[in-house]
Design a protein around this ligand. Structure first.
Ligand SMILES: [Zn+2]
Length: 94
């Protein structure tokens, strides 16, 4: 299969990191069966629909779109995240 819009110039780093990776898995949604992100944005009264082909994260029964994973500190684009962690820092405090 041919990738869309390839080749594509990359002007910034798209790589993402899970600072606390234990138990997390990355998936690509396949098919149109309805699946929803586990989180909501502040002020929204709906869950985000995860679309066919969308990359999302799973931990147990929890599914997160990448936007919510970033907002909750599950994901970071900071490559050197491990250097900036305080010893007492953990995900539940974010
Ligand atoms: Zn979401």
């Amino acid at each position: 299969m041919k990738p869309l819009n390839a080749p594509h110039k990359i002007d910034h780093d798209f790589r993402l990191y899970v600072p606390y990776p234990e138990g997390w898995k990355a998936h690509i949604k396949q098919g149109w069966e309805k699946q929803y992100c586990y989180a909501k944005n502040e002020g929204e009264d709906f869950f985000h629909l995860i679309l066919n082909g969308e990359i999302f994260l799973v931990h147990g029964d929890e599914k997160y779109c990448l936007n919510c994973a970033m907002k909750q500190g599950i994901l970071t684009s900071e490559r050197l995240h491990w250097q900036n962690k305080r010893p007492d820092e953990n995900r539940t405090k974010l």
